[in-house]
Write a protein that binds this ligand. Structure first.
Ligand code: SF4
Length: 332
């Protein structure tokens, strides 16, 4: 990736206004907003331009971004168009627990708060306003849910509440050995993940419309070949992302290229392709936003293959059905 053309990180100093008085401030921070700051509408257009770079991390900073009354609208828009959105508020009275909860609800992935001294005196001296250290600590405690864990301690309850790593919802196509495991692991790291298979009651297009990330872990059958086509991509929200770790033929590659080039999808990670190994002239190589890996998502070791072979042989010797046996009527 060329970071001159597609930056990895974009930091928007969304306002000059800030109620702190740090000794190192280079923003010439002042209490009131500069009337020449970008309007909300201009902010949306700026975010669109940032999104057109690809998928940079987006950081709202300032001054103090909370001085902008439209901050939450801008954050929601940033999340909606698929930017991983972060915020660095100043530790002022504006940084209430409610504001932190609103960051979470709006889909902020990370919040950073500066701590500049080992105690209140040194921190507040640096930040120029008494009480700033305590506010920063309180905000960090609330963001990490420490109050809840303290309540739990009183109840002798050892219960984790994983922080969501992202607000993106993930739909995993296929709920077998591989898909089920993926849903399970994504859930453990705090992602909202759900599985779909041919027996699921909801139509696939409905679920596609509710998930920003789609992971394909389906078996390849007549029914699933080309399942990720133009219709499926159109059903996904703008800025969606596709991951294929199953078989190349699940994806109609020309449709995917069109969906990514048009900007409807943010991109795709294809561990498998229709033509493997991919020839030099395959158009997938050069689509910005599409990542190609050479079928390496799962590499079976000789030990695993041998163990599976022995288990199947022993099952057959006992006259039993082999584990992982292919059901020819189903095609997998
Ligand atoms: S928090 Fe940032 S913008 Fe505010 S005074 Fe300090 S350095 Fe300046």
């Amino acid at each position: 990736m060329n970071f001159d053309q597609s930056p990895m990180l974009v930091i928007w100093e969304a306002t000059q206004a800030c109620d702190l008085a740090c000794v190192h401030c280079r923003a010439s921070a002042q209490s009131e907003r500069n009337p020449e700051e970008l309007s909300t509408e201009q902010g949306y257009r700026l975010l669109d331009q940032i999104k057109s770079f690809g998928d940079p991390l987006m950081v709202f900073t300032g001054g103090d971004p909370l001085k902008r009354p439209d901050l939450f609208d801008l954050i929601r828009y940033s999340v909606k168009i698929g930017l991983k959105t972060n915020v660095t508020p100043s530790a002022t009275p504006l940084l209430t627990n409610e504001a932190i909860d609103r960051f979470k609800e709006a889909g902020v992935a990370r919040m950073a708060i500066s701590v500049d001294g080992h105690d209140a005196a040194s921190h507040d001296d640096f930040r120029g306003i008494p009480g700033t250290f305590d506010r920063a600590m309180e905000a960090l405690r609330h963001a990490r849910d420490i109050e809840r864990y303290q309540r739990q301690q009183g109840e002798r309850s050892w219960q984790r509440h994983p922080l969501p790593v992202a607000r993106h919802r993930v739909l995993v196509l296929g709920t077998g050995a591989m898909g089920g495991e993926i849903v399970d692991w994504l859930g453990r790291v705090g992602l909202a993940a759900r599985g779909w298979n041919r027996r699921s009651p909801e139509p696939l297009t409905t679920l596609l419309g509710q998930c920003e990330v789609v992971v394909c872990a389906l078996p390849l059958t007549e029914a699933t070949e080309g399942i990720l086509d133009a219709r499926a991509f159109a059903a996904m929200p703008k800025g969606g992302y596709v991951v294929n770790v199953a078989r190349g033929a699940h994806v109609v590659e020309t449709d995917l290229i069109e969906a990514v080039r048009s900007g409807h999808l943010a991109g795709a990670a294809l561990d498998v392709q229709r033509r493997e190994p991919m020839p030099d002239d395959d158009p997938l190589w050069s689509v910005p936003g599409i990542t190609i890996t050479p079928h390496i998502a799962a590499q079976s070791s000789p030990e695993v293959i041998c163990a599976q072979f022995v288990a199947a042989l022993r099952a057959q010797q006992r006259g039993e059905r082999a584990p992982n046996a292919v059901d020819r009527s189903l095609g997998y």
